[in-house]
Design a protein around this ligand. Structure first.
Ligand SMILES: CC(=O)SCCNC(=O)CCNC(=O)[C@H](O)C(C)(C)COP(=O)(O)OP(=O)(O)OC[C@H]1O[C@@H](n2cnc3c(N)ncnc32)[C@H](O)[C@@H]1OP(=O)(O)O
Ligand SMILES: O=CC(=O)O
Ligand SMILES: [Mg+2]
Length: 731
């Protein structure tokens, strides 16, 4: 039994209490006793409201279930009227205008990729914060954006054929971002600085310069032989790096060794769906990594490619400015750009409780605890307790996931407002990223934003959770279309378009991010390049990527498309409600064959098992899991929600039987064990499926899927992980 320290009606797990008192609080100017009194009052006030909101979710779901059980129409005015009558669809307030103040440029006025990373993995989290800048040559060389054709395979050692393709491709990007007055970057033999101007020599001996000379911002190194030239385009920076002694630079006519691009403008340090954190021990790790990031002290020793190294947060990047350098980036005569991604922290939603703290003997809502502690920790950044600066504007950026409708946004807004005096920061310091990922939020988005006009810094279409909620909400209506088909049906396009339109209507352009969702196929980068250009084209000034390499590549899209120009051209009056409310049901069940059903179930089951077994047995919250075609997919709790709800829906409507699913589970468990055989930490399921906690968790998620609140996977995952931790500890 873990020990608790009692503070009035609050009890705090000893480990967490020590962390807060000894590490988080010192240096924040917040008195320990006052903090704990504030915490007690916060829980006292907000726990009953939190519970009431969850009860409202259940009540609405029961009404929707009853409506479908009675065989009522699944669309049209009768359905819409029903949703209005039960209070699911509310009146949208007119003239909502966000007036959020002190928002950093990366969020308000710049457009570029957003990285998401599990915060409890320090190695990845540090990599993410440093992914503000990425090597274009590495990103191209290491991915399928460069094809293997013509002997260009990436082997064990450097392949010059592949290298030549990389360089050629990178130079076409340069031609696009900084066109020359004459010729192509592919023909450049020298970049030099001549009496304060950029002079560029071409193969034919002619000298040229940039078509727009103002794009050149500065340089690093000796002015007569610069090691780096800095440019700006569409608000993003990049460097041409020059080094005649480097193996790549040596063989380049202009000695270019790389193009370094500004990539992940922002990163979401995730405490939610990519993380397995079920108790005080796990939560303390989550919070202590956040503290390390806010104090700039997080570092790890690691081995990579046989080398020992220390990974820590990168410094800012400094340049000698050109006369065109932006004045607001000059500091003591130097041009200074942030070396790090601007960090948000994603708290958990309103559903879960955690025994890291108890109030009147019961687990506290984890979202309230996250709000309080992650904000307290971020105060270190505001006070300058780090050699780095996260928010230069003095804001704390919190992403709030899985909120259902305006009253839940209002709750978070009030919660943030009550946390501010406890940690002694001005009103509206805590900013809110609103995930548009539950159906009740999508259909009431304008009313949601209206509840947080002074805090909102993003609305993001989390289409993965959103798909899970789509299925769960209408579980009893009829069978849903196959999982892959759901992505191509009218509801999702309307949801994506409406999100941008509502954001524009509410004045988010230039003030906040209008964001789009995750690319969930981490190894298919060419595919991403083809698909994700659609995000800036749709008016999104950020979109999620799963890795630093993906951030570097996706950054190129924001050079291709000027998002702020696109935003001006869009129809902000788009509504799309009738399509959004068109449930993506299977049109004709008779088109399904035995084979297609088996394939659909096997694919879902494989994804579920592959993800869940690592979550429950090893505490890994985000994994790359091969699908049935052996394509590695990013799986997190949101993708698990989709797969488990989908099977639950097909079970409910008799498309598939319990025995068929059980048979698939047993067969796929063998496959998943095989797929993980190379991981020494892996605990297989197959020796005894009936006592494998991971296997039982996966089965529960499917067979008890219909009863799970909003179809969420957290309650079952947490319970099974705790069981596993107890087993591993020999209890
Ligand atoms: C619906 C939603 O909520 S989506 C949001 C939740 N999803 C996420 O947060 C996705 C985060 N991404 C990840 O966790 C990973 O990219 C995965 C699990 C998808 C793939 O991980 P792996 O198979 O380990 O990746 P892979 O082996 O290809 O690459 C590992 C390297 O990439 C880096 N890396 C991978 N993902 C990230 C990331 N998100 N941020 C920073 N670095 C990362 C690692 O640091 C590692 O590099 P290193 O050896 O220098 O430390
Ligand atoms: O959080 C993101 C999602 O797609 O869900
Ligand atoms: Mg989500």
């Amino acid at each position: 039994m873990q020990g608790y320290i009692t503070k009035g009606r609050l009890q705090v797990a000893e480990q967490l209490d020590n962390f807060i008192n000894e590490q988080a609080l010192p240096g924040t100017g917040v008195d320990q006793e006052a903090f704990w009194q504030g915490a007690e009052a916060l829980f006292e006030k907000f726990i009953p409201q939190n519970r009431a909101l969850l009860e409202k979710r259940e009540q609405l779901q029961r009404a929707i279930d009853d409506y479908h059980k009675a065989g009522n129409p699944v669309g049209g005015s009768e359905y819409t009227d029903f949703l209005k009558n039960i209070g699911y669809l509310v009146e949208q307030p007119a003239n909502v205008t966000a007036d959020t103040q002190n928002v950093d440029a990366e969020i308000a006025t710049m457009a570029g990729p957003q990285l998401v990373v599990p915060i409890n993995n320090a190695r990845y989290a540090l990599n993410a914060v440093n992914a503000r800048w990425g090597s274009l040559y590495d990103a191209l060389y290491g991915t399928d954006v460069i094809s293997d054709e013509g002997g260009a395979e990436a082997g064990k050692s450097y392949n010059p054929v592949r290298g030549a393709k990389v360089v050629a491709k990178a130079k076409t990007y340069l031609d696009n971002m900084i066109p020359l007055a004459k010729g192509s970057h592919a023909d450049v033999t020298q970049y030099k600085i001549d009496t304060g101007k950029l002079a560029i020599t071409l193969t034919d001996g002619d000298e040229t310069t940039l078509a727009n000379t103002e794009q050149w911002q500065g340089h690093q190194g000796d002015i007569s032989a610069p090691s780096s030239l800095l440019f700006a385009h569409n608000g993003l920076h990049f460097e041409i790096q020059i080094d005649p002694t480097h193996p790549i630079g040596e063989s380049d006519p202009a000695n270019v060794k790389d193009v370094l691009v500004e990539a992940a403008l922002t990163t979401i340090m995730d405490c939610e769906d990519s993380v397995a954190a079920v108790d005080a021990e796990d939560k303390t790790l989550v919070y202590s990594n956040w503290l390390g990031l806010m104090k700039g002290t997080l570092s790890i020793e690691m081995t990579k490619g046989g080398k020992q190294l220390v990974r820590a947060m990168h410094d800012d990047r400094r340049y000698q400015p050109s006369k065109h350098a932006a004045k607001n980036q000059l500091k003591d005569g130097e041009l200074v750009l942030s070396g790090r991604s601007l960090m948000f922290v994603r708290n958990v939603g309103h559903l879960m409780t955690n025994d890291a703290m108890l109030f009147d003997g019961e687990e506290v809502p984890e979202g309230i605890m996250d709000g309080l502690i992650t904000s307290l920790i971020a105060k270190h950044d505001l006070l300058g307790n780090s050699k780095f600066k996260n928010s230069r504007e003095g804001s704390i950026y919190i992403v709030k996931p899985k909120m259902h409708g305006p009253e839940e946004v209002a709750f978070s807004n009030a919660l943030f407002g009550a946390i501010e005096p406890i940690i002694d920061v001005p009103t509206n310091t805590l900013k809110m990223g609103i995930m548009d990922e539950e159906r009740r939020t999508s259909v009431n988005l304008q009313a949601c934003i209206a509840e947080a006009t002074s805090r909102v810094v993003f609305i993001n279409t989390g289409f993965l959770d959103r798909t899970g909620d789509e299925i769960h909400t209408s579980m009893l209506a009829a069978p849903f279309a196959e999982k892959a088909a759901l992505k191509a049906m009218p509801w999702i396009k309307a949801y994506e378009t409406a999100n941008v339109a509502v954001g524009l209507r509410c004045g988010l352009s230039g003030k906040a991010q209008i964001g789009k969702g995750m690319w969930p196929i981490p190894d298919e980068m060419q595919n991403m390049m083809d698909a994700k250009i659609g995000h800036p084209k749709a008016g999104a000034n950020t979109a999620w990527v799963p890795s630093p390499t993906a951030a570097t590549l996706h950054a190129l899209h924001y050079h291709d498309v000027n998002v702020f120009d696109v935003q001006k051209s869009l129809d902000a009056s788009f509504d799309g409600l009738s399509d959004i409310l068109t449930i993506p049901l299977l049109e004709d069940a008779s088109t399904l064959t035995r084979e297609s059903i088996k394939r659909e179930i096997d694919n879902n089951v494989q994804g579920i098992l592959g993800y869940v077994v690592r979550w429950v047995h090893q505490g890994v919250g985000c994994s790359k899991v091969p699908d049935i075609n052996n394509v590695g997919l990013m799986e997190d709790r949101a993708t698990l929600r989709i797969s488990s709800q989908h099977i639950a829906n097909w079970l409910e409507h008799g498309i598939v039987s319990v025995d068929q699913v059980k048979e698939s589970l047993a067969r796929m468990a063998v496959l998943v064990d095989e797929q993980n055989a190379g991981d020494p930490e892996y605990i297989p399921m197959t020796p005894d499926l009936d006592s494998s906690i991971g296997f039982l968790a996966a089965s529960d998620l499917i067979f008890k899927g219909k009863e799970q609140p909003s179809g969420y996977t957290e309650p079952l995952l947490h319970a099974r992980r705790r069981e596993m931790k107890a087993k591993l500890a020999g209890n």
